[in-house]
Design a binder for this molecule. Sequence first.
Ligand code: MN3
Length: 202
Amino acid sequence: MFKQYELPYGFDALEPYIDKLTMETHYGKHHSGYTNNFNVALEKIGSKATSAEEILRSLNSINDESLKVAIRNNGGGYWNHNLYFSILAPNGLKKPKGALLAQINRDFTSYDKMVETLSNLGISRFGSGWAWLSKTKEGKLVATSTANQDNPLMEDKDLTPILGIDVWEHAYYLKYKNLRGDYIKAFWEVVDWTAVEKLYEL
Ligand code: MN3
């Protein structure tokens, strides 16, 4: 049974960048729904897997087509939001440093360029989806975007996301309406780079 990431901060903690009602709905309804549906689908296929990451990396081993779709969408939603909520914090480290910053400079030339690249991927994603910063097994950084609740784990065995920007309307519409770019700009204000760095160094 997979459990939703426990928020170490309150729903209003990311104000004014991400508002309380959005957080309440996003975590309490959307993320919790994905988590429940993921567990239900896993029970149906009799899965005993203990790693959601492994399940998402091997979706093709699920024979039942409709359960495969359910696990892709809800398992993706479960895993993606665990990452999203865990790399946000009200008083986190504001900018990357150390080995992670050095790698960002190597792969994107600068922190600002990396932010611009990921922001543009998020803004230009048509419909619902995510923009990702992932690491390769060699420790390189790669920026990509996926539709719906897909993520790089499902697409590339070499990639592990360390930061994800949720660009579904449910992540910003209550406060930012159609202005996805404004939400993405605000998102960067509440990224906790200590959390991202931990994932980079795993
Ligand atoms: Mn979401």
